[in-house]
Design a protein around this ligand. Structure first.
Ligand code: HEC
Length: 131
């Protein structure tokens, strides 16, 4: 039997096919965005933690250095990332310098020194197990 020639209506994709394609595309984009977001959260779980430190009991000098830390270290990521990190006290020196070398960090040696001072003090206060 020879295949029958399709008539005009049969040859055109049904509107349902357009809808289905649209929905599949939309779902893929949403799924992509979700995985992207989760991969970021998963890489630095600290980002999901608290964004502030209660410094009311810290010496005045440390409270001033905390303000500098808040201003300088929230430019590229959440402040929660350093606040909830598991870096040991002795590692802040190297780590803050690593941040300073990043393009556009806006950090100079004087400010970096003060921030390191604060982070070492703060680790001693809040995370004594990380000495
Ligand atoms: C110029 C952008 C920038 C600035 C400013 C910056 N960071 Fe970062 N930081 C990053 C990037 C990007 C990462 C991801 C890891 C990497 O690329 O090194 C990161 C990661 C981190 C981490 C995660 C380390 C880990 O493995 O858990 C900590 C902690 C951190 N930064 C602390 C700081 C502190 C403290 C400051 C302020 C002195 C600061 N950052 C300022 C860009 C920046």
């Amino acid at each position: 039997m020879r295949p029958r020639k399709l008539t005009g209506d049969e040859a055109r994709p049904s509107p349902f096919a357009w809808w289905a394609t649209g929905i599949v595309l939309l779902l893929s984009v949403l799924f992509g965005a979700l995985t992207f977001h989760l991969s970021k959260m998963y890489r630095f779980p600290a980002d999901a933690g608290s964004n502030v430190i209660d410094v009311s009991s810290y010496p005045a000098e440390m409270q001033r250095k905390y303000k500098l830390f808040v201003n300088k270290c929230s430019l590229c990521h959440t402040l929660a990332r350093p606040i909830n990190s598991n870096l040991k006290s002795a590692h802040w020196n190297g780590y803050v310098h690593q941040m300073m070398r990043k393009t556009g960090s806006g950090l100079n040696e004087t400010d970096a020194r003060k921030i390191i001072d604060f982070l070492e003090f703060d680790t001693l206060q809040r995370k004594p197990h990380l000495q």
